[in-house]
Design a protein around this ligand. Structure first.
Ligand SMILES: Nc1ncnc2c1ncn2[C@@H]1O[C@H](COP(=O)(O)OP(=O)(O)OP(=O)(O)O)[C@@H](O)[C@H]1O
Length: 232
C-alpha cells in the first residue's frame, strides 16, 4: 500500500521517478519530459542546465506540485506530492518547499518583513518572533529594508527579498530558477554561500536551474536536460 510517506530524516530531499509531461495543441504533441528521474540528497545542491525548450520550467513546475506529470512520481523528504488533489499539493508545498521561480513571489502591498511573515504563516508557523525575521533578512543582506515595499526595492534587492520569502518556511527542498540571474558578482557570491549553507546540516536540499558559471562551479552535481531527458 502506498501511504504517500516514507520515513523522513533519511529520505532524499527530492526523489523524482520517471516523470512524463506532454503538451497537446490540436494535432501537435510536445513531449516536454520523457522519463526524468533525479534525486537530491539531504545536504546537496544540484544544478540543472539545458537549452531553451529542453523542459526546465516544466520540470520545476512538476517538482513543485504546481503542475501534474502525466506519469511518474515526486516525493519531497519522503512525502509524495504528485497525483494528489491541488489543495493537498499546496499544503505540502507550503510546508516543505521553497520556490523561487521567474514569476513574482512578493505581495505588492506588503513590506518585505510582512511578505516573509505571510509565507511562514502559510506553512503553519504562526507568531514568528521579529528577531527570526531579522535573521533571515540579515542572511540575504536586507536587514535595513524590512519595511520597504517591493516597488521601493532595486532589482537586486527584489531578487534577495524573493529568496528570503522562498526560505521563510525553512523548506526541506528549495527549487530555484536562475536565483542569481540579476545580481552583481559579490551579491551572487553571497547568495551562493547562503544556498550552500542550507545543506550544511545535512538536512535540506537545493535544486536550481542556472546558466551562471559561478553557481555551476559551486554545485555538488550538474545535470543536463536535453529534449526532456536528463543526463549527468
Ligand atoms: N503550455 C504549453 N503548451 C504547449 N507546449 C508547451 C507549453 N509549455 C511548454 N511547452 C513546450 O514544452 C517544451 C519544454 O518547455 P519548457 O518551457 O519547460 O522549457 P525550458 O527549458 O524551460 O525553456 P526556456 O529556457 O526557454 O524557458 C518546449 O518545447 C515548449 O515549447
Amino acid at each position: 500500500m502506498d501511504v504517500g510517506t516514507v520515513s523522513a530524516g533519511t529520505a532524499p530531499a527530492l526523489d523524482a521517478r520517471e516523470l512524463y509531461r506532454f503538451y497537446r495543441a490540436g494535432e501537435e504533441e510536445t513531449l516536454a519530459l520523457r522519463g526524468v528521474s533525479l534525486t537530491v540528497a539531504p545536504g546537496e545542491l544540484v544544478a540543472v542546465v539545458g537549452p531553451s525548450g529542453s523542459g526546465k520550467s516544466t520540470l520545476l513546475a512538476c517538482l513543485a506540485g504546481l503542475d501534474e506529470p502525466a506519469g511518474g512520481s515526486v516525493r519531497i523528504a519522503g512525502e509524495r506530492i504528485s497525483h494528489r488533489p491541488e489543495a493537498e499539493r499546496a499544503g505540502i508545498r507550503a510546508r516543505r518547499i521553497g520556490i523561487l521561480l521567474q514569476t513574482e513571489n512578493l505581495i505588492a502591498h506588503l513590506d518585505v518583513a510582512r511578505n516573509i511573515r505571510l509565507a511562514r504563516t502559510a506553512a503553519g508557523r504562526h507568531g514568528t518572533p521579529a528577531q527570526d525575521i531579522d535573521v533571515l533578512l540579515d542572511q540575504v543582506g536586507l536587514l535595513g529594508r524590512a519595511h520597504a515595499l517591493p516597488r521601493e526595492l532595486a532589482g537586486g534587492e527584489v531578487a534577495r527579498a524573493a529568496l528570503a520569502v522562498a526560505l521563510a518556511n525553512d523548506p526541506d527542498l528549495l527549487l530555484a530558477d536562475e536565483p542569481t540571474g540579476e545580481l552583481d558578482g559579490s551579491t551572487e557570491h553571497r547568495i551562493l554561500e547562503l544556498l550552500r549553507a542550507r545543506g550544511s546540516d545535512g538536512r535540506r536540499g537545493v535544486l536550481l536551474v542556472t546558466h551562471s558559471t559561478a553557481v555551476l562551479a559551486g554545485a555538488d552535481r550538474v545535470l543536463t536536460l536535453r529534449d526532456g531527458r536528463l543526463r549527468a
